[in-house]
Design a protein. Structure first.
Length: 197
């Protein structure tokens, strides 16, 4: 279990702040080489405009560190890239979701947010599968397969397939429990956030 939590913390730290393998934009420019305005535009594309226009935005500097480029007024924070892949995969999250992610990055044994967090990834994202399972440590295992995910949103709160009746991998309806069996299991909903009312 300790290895799984450690793996989760490492994976989510990379997921949230990876810049050593910073993603490329469509034009082939590394995220940290983009202007703040370009990064803000990418970050804001993670959520519906009614949310992202008033969200804080963190950008990745040339030094690889996150810095606030835009102050927010609605409790959401957007980041231009989280997985370090060749296509940017921005995320926009509310305060409980940000707390959940911070806890994971700090290696806490379980998240400490006291209410469900909501996060949007309208440009999609990535996960790794091996032997029909998705876990945060799968990424580094030989034979792991990278899978691109469609636009989606997440509820960052304890979920289990047993209690929810949902699978632990994506099926045809696109809602599942990611990281099943870990304290960081959460609900993934394959639905474009931009069509939500």
């Amino acid at each position: 279990m300790r290895q799984l939590v450690t793996g989760l913390a490492i994976s989510l730290a990379l997921l949230a702040l990876s810049t050593t393998a910073a993603p490329l934009s469509i034009a082939g420019t590394r995220i940290e080489a983009m202007s703040s305005a370009e990064q803000i535009k990418i970050a804001e594309s993670a959520a519906p405009a009614r949310i992202s226009r008033d969200a804080a935005v963190m950008v990745i500097g040339k030094d690889g560190k996150l810095a606030e480029a835009k102050k927010g007024t609605n409790g959401f924070t957007c980041v231009p890239s989280i997985e370090g892949q060749e296509i940017p995969d921005p995320i926009c999250m509310d305060a409980p979701a940000y707390k959940w992610l911070t806890d994971a990055m700090e290696g806490k044994p379980k998240p400490t947010n006291t209410s469900p967090g909501v996060a949007y990834m309208a440009r999609g994202g990535w996960h790794w599968e091996k032997d029909g399972k998705i876990t945060p440590v799968t990424k580094n295992e030989p034979g792991a397969k990278r899978v691109q995910e469609p636009p989606h949103w997440m509820i960052l709160w304890p979920f289990t397939p047993e209690k929810s009746g949902l699978p632990s991998v994506p099926k045809k309806f696109g809602t599942y429990v990611m990281y099943d069996g870990t304290p960081y299991a959460h609900l993934m909903i394959y639905q474009d956030p931009n069509i939500l009312k």
